[in-house]
Design a protein around this ligand. Structure first.
Ligand code: GDP
Ligand code: MG
Length: 440
């Protein structure tokens, strides 16, 4: 993923106070390559990289984020922006029925998505759709829609394969009015490639039915081809929205980004599987994470940002240096870490955690942490500041007060001493590293 590509460059700029132009240039080279690799249109990549560069140069580096993470954050925000906000609304005609035309190439998922959309309209909006079988060319296409209709327990309108699609659409709308359907979903034919016959027929249906929505169904797995298809359908027919199918597969997501940027039409829904409930509103942010290939790391970055108070972080760093770190600080830190979520999940989100053997199934004992908190809370403030005064008599009192045992109190005191030692070493390393300009 993009995140992997950025790792090396990120190492270089770690520990700097500002992101320089040269740093950003380095990183943007990786971003450019990664996006092209993800099958994003080159023009889109070019303007995208320009925008991100402008935003990244000269930024102050936030304490809670490394400069690399910060650039990734900008990249993610811009990717999300490029795909627009969530746009899953569906038109409603002033006078029912609302007519929706489903168009796209053969195999893109039109028929399946017609069924899914009908299901969604009924479930989420309490609507009563009529499915229309207007693909008279593909063998068994009518049967396929009728099967879906049966599964959904919804009527399917068809006139066989000897009547023209335009005529079928016309009669279907009459029928919908008679039977009080509020939506008409027309499943049209596709071809292997965009051709004049196909477009001619679709234009005829459009002219006659005056649809409220024309949804272009595209297969996300086809990458750049999907973008070309979207462009010609939009130019020749005009579409109101795009539905990306097969996003449950192993696609890199480049199509999503380019389609939106090239056609300027919103991606409304995402097909996430073959089943009839596998249609979701399209989430630009999730897709951006997918393109970055680092969904969990981003979540972690966001959590770190909202939870770790900048001032407190600075204060803590100072304390680590001067060794005045106390049990009060420890308690506060525990609280901050915990507010980010369950500990074992946080550990799993750490970059590279999946590569460390055994770490992915580590179990952090939440109970043990509650005990630690209880023990610290049972100390007097003097004890918290100067743990060396904790005698065996005091230990007994603390154990009783916290509902733990003397052994546990002893263990915590020992751990705390070791932690302070470790901090001393770490802050020593940090100082040295800074002098030599080493990354830390
Ligand atoms: P059409 O020719 O455009 O009508 O395409 P179909 O609806 O017949 O779909 C072609 C194939 O893609 C079928 O096997 C569907 O089950 C499959 N399909 C459609 N949408 C999705 C999706 O979102 N995910 C997956 N995994 N398969 C899909
Ligand atoms: Mg079909």
């Amino acid at each position: 993923g993009l995140a992997d590509r950025l790792q090396n460059t990120m190492q270089k700029i770690r520990g700097k106070g500002k992101v320089t132009e040269a740093d950003v240039k380095d990183m943007m080279r990786e971003v450019r390559l990664a996006l092209l690799e993800a099958d994003v249109n080159f023009k889109v990549v070019k303007s995208f990289v320009k925008k991100v560069s402008e935003r990244s140069v000269g930024q102050e580096v936030m304490k809670s984020l490394t400069p690399g993470q910060q650039v990734i954050k900008v990249v993610k925000e811009e990717l999300t922006d490029l795909m627009g906000g969530e746009q899953s609304q569906i038109a409603v005609a002033k006078r029912p029925p609302t007519v929706i035309m489903m168009v796209g190439l053969q195999g893109a998922g039109k028929t399946t998505t017609t069924g899914k959309l009908a299901n969604l309209l009924r479930k989420r909006y309490n609507r009563k759709p009529l499915l229309v079988a207007a693909d008279i060319y593909r063998p068994a296409a009518i049967k396929q829609l009728e099967t879906l209709g049966k599964q959904l327990n919804m009527p399917v309108f068809s006139l066989g394969d000897q009547v023209s699609p335009v005529e079928i659409a016309k009669q279907a709308i009459e029928k919908a009015k008679e039977d009080h359907h509020d939506y008409v979903l027309i499943d049209t034919a596709g071809r292997l490639h965009v051709d004049e016959n196909l477009m001619g027929e679709l234009k005829d249906i459009k002219e006659l039915t005056n649809p409220d929505e024309i949804f272009l169904v595209v297969d996300a797995m086809t990458g750049q081809d999907a973008v070309n298809v979207a462009q010609s359908f939009n130019e020749q027919l005009g579409v109101t929205g795009v539905i990306l199918t097969k996003l449950d597969g192993d696609t890199r997501g480049g199509a999503a980004l380019s389609i939106r940027a090239v056609t300027e039409k919103p991606i409304k829904f995402a097909g996430m599987g073959e089943k009839l409930d596998a249609l979701e509103p399209f989430h630009p942010e999730r897709m951006a994470s997918r393109i970055l290939g680092m969904g969990d790391v981003l979540t972690l970055i966001e959590k770190a940002q909202t939870n770790v108070d900048e001032e407190k972080a600075k204060e803590l760093e100072q304390k680590m240096r001067t060794m005045s770190f106390t049990f009060d600080d420890f308690l506060e830190q525990l609280g901050q870490v915990r507010s980010m979520g369950p500990l074992d999940e946080i550990i799993k989100m750490l970059p590279g955690a999946n590569k460390i053997k055994g770490l992915s199934n580590v179990q952090v004992d939440e109970k043990q942490i509650s005990h630690i908190e209880a023990i610290i809370q049972s100390m007097t403030s003097e004890e918290k500041q100067h743990p060396e005064i904790i005698s065996s008599g005091r230990k007994k009192r603390i154990a009783r007060g916290s509902g733990t045992s003397i052994q546990e109190v002893n263990r915590l005191l020992k751990q705390f001493e070791e932690m302070k030692k470790m901090m001393k070493q770490m802050s020593g390393m940090q100082q040295k590293g800074k002098k030599k300009g080493m990354p830390f």
